[in-house]
Design a binder for this molecule. Structure first.
Ligand code: HEC
Length: 320
């Protein structure tokens, strides 16, 4: 866990919005309703329904979460704010509580982990808050591999008021020299029976610490290709036989749903998914075979021309 805090500079190519971290005297307020939080400008981060592995959210709309970040003398804190008409705070049979999580890469400097809770060899840490009072730190190396990290010391407090959840989460950090850190967010709506993989999540964003020098290189979200041609190639190249996306009448369920691929993934990840599907294997049931301890994707590598690849990429990036 500690290693997470020693991040100095991470690969930034795949990262979207820039969330400034405000320096505060003393420590950030534990109360999410504090004016010390609410007076700070927030960054709105889009959320998309999880649809990479089953159970995927069907017909679930997009969302958005407002994020603020502060650095005190000894702690780093995040303030999350999102709309929810009705709070769900208790859990029971068929009853689920609202929750939110902040995701960090556990091995700074290594490849950016897969947005869906990391991948083999690229673990993530999660600060998890749930409306029933649960606050914990979890580690994961891909969907379905969550383990609790006892005694990690994340604190969180959530308040629901007038249709809005506000949650402040914080943790002690012992290294002041951080510049940037990738971070991602997830939200579960308990009333909609959301839990585990049924959630909305963001793409990787960047926290920018006070004093960070170099400008963030914005992600490569453009492709020189044509999205319209790319959409036709999805049929012509057989992608449509396995992947669902808007305009694919077959609606196959045997591979990740790509309906929000451009909102969740950076261009370089998408290009790599086509070129080398087994490099980062999305860990869904039936998505891969184990060969000598290695996961091999059932997806054939894309073998078309560079122009075709750019068209496919332009189409995938347009899916938000
Ligand atoms: C035989 C079925 C099959 C075909 C054909 C196929 N894919 Fe895939 N694809 C998969 C599976 C299964 C995965 C998840 C495992 C993995 O990571 O490779 C995947 C993963 C992906 C991902 C990453 C999705 C995510 O959520 O991270 C992208 C992007 C993608 N495919 C694009 C394409 C494109 C573009 C084509 C056509 C050129 C294509 N696929 C053809 C089965 C297929």
């Amino acid at each position: 866990m500690r290693r997470l805090l020693f991040a100095l500079l991470l690969p930034l190519a795949a990262i979207a919005a820039d969330i400034p971290v405000q320096r505060v005297d003393g420590e950030p307020a534990a109360d999410p309703m504090s004016s010390a939080w609410l007076a700070q400008a927030a960054v709105a981060v889009p959320l998309y329904p999880q649809a990479s592995v089953p159970p995927a959210m069907k017909a679930a709309g997009k969302g958005s979460i407002k994020v603020r970040a502060q650095r005190g003398a000894t702690t780093l804190a995040l303030h999350l704010e999102w709309p929810d008409r009705k709070p769900a705070a208790s859990r029971g049979v068929g009853e689920f509580a609202d929750a939110a999580a902040v995701q960090w890469p556990l091995q700074p400097g290594a490849a950016l982990p897969y947005i869906g809770m990391g991948h083999r060899g690229a673990p993530v840490a999660l600060w998890f808050w749930r409306a029933d009072g649960t606050v914990e730190t979890l580690a994961a190396e891909g969907f379905g591999t969550l383990t609790a990290q006892p005694g990690d010391g994340v604190k969180a407090k959530g308040v629901w008021k007038n249709g809005v959840w506000r949650v402040a989460l914080s943790r002690a950090v012992n290294k002041p020299a951080m510049e940037r850190m990738p971070v991602a967010f997830a939200v579960w709506n308990g009333e909609g029976a959301e839990r585990a993989g049924l959630k909305r999540l963001s793409a990787w964003q960047t926290l920018r610490f006070p004093g960070a020098t170099a400008k963030v290189s914005l992600p490569d979200t453009a492709s020189s290709g044509s999205a319209a041609r790319g959409k036709r190639l999805m049929q012509a190249k057989g992608c449509a036989a396995c992947h669902n996306y808007p305009g694919n009448p077959a609606k196959p369920r045997i591979a990740p749903d790509l309906s929000h691929a451009g909102g969740l993934h950076a261009a370089d990840y998408l290009a790599e998914s086509m070129r080398e599907p087994s490099k980062i294997v999305v860990p869904g049931k039936g998505y891969f075979t184990e060969q000598g301890g290695r996961r091999v994707s059932i997806m054939p590598p894309f073998e078309g021309s560079e122009a075709e690849r750019d068209d496919l990429l332009a189409f995938l990036l347009s899916l938000r």
